[in-house]
Design a protein around this ligand. Structure first.
Ligand SMILES: [Zn+2]
Length: 72
C-alpha cells in the first residue's frame, strides 16, 4: 500500500459560512448542526461551497474494539 492517493486533492465541499463578512468562521455542512450558528459570533450562517481536501473518515480517538464492546 502506498499513500500516493492521500495528496491534498481539493474537492468542492458543501459548507456553512458565517453571514458576517468580517467573520471568517465556517463549518463543513456534514459536521454542522441542523440549526447551526456561527461558533465565533453566534450569528446566522449560510450555505456555500468551498474547495477542501477530502475528509478522511479515520477517527484517531476510536481504537479498534473487539466485536462485543460491552464485554470487557
Ligand atoms: Zn461569525
Amino acid at each position: 500500500m502506498s499513500t500516493t492517493n492521500t495528496t491534498s486533492e481539493l474537492k468542492p465541499t458543501k459548507i456553512l459560512k458565517c453571514k458576517n463578512a468580517e467573520c471568517k468562521a465556517w463549518v463543513r455542512d456534514e459536521f454542522a448542526q441542523e440549526d447551526q450558528t456561527c461558533p465565533i459570533c453566534k450569528g446566522p450562517m449560510m450555505r456555500s461551497m468551498r474547495h477542501l481536501p477530502a475528509v478522511q473518515n479515520k477517527v484517531p480517538s476510536k481504537p479498534r474494539k473487539p466485536k462485543n464492546e460491552f464485554d470487557i
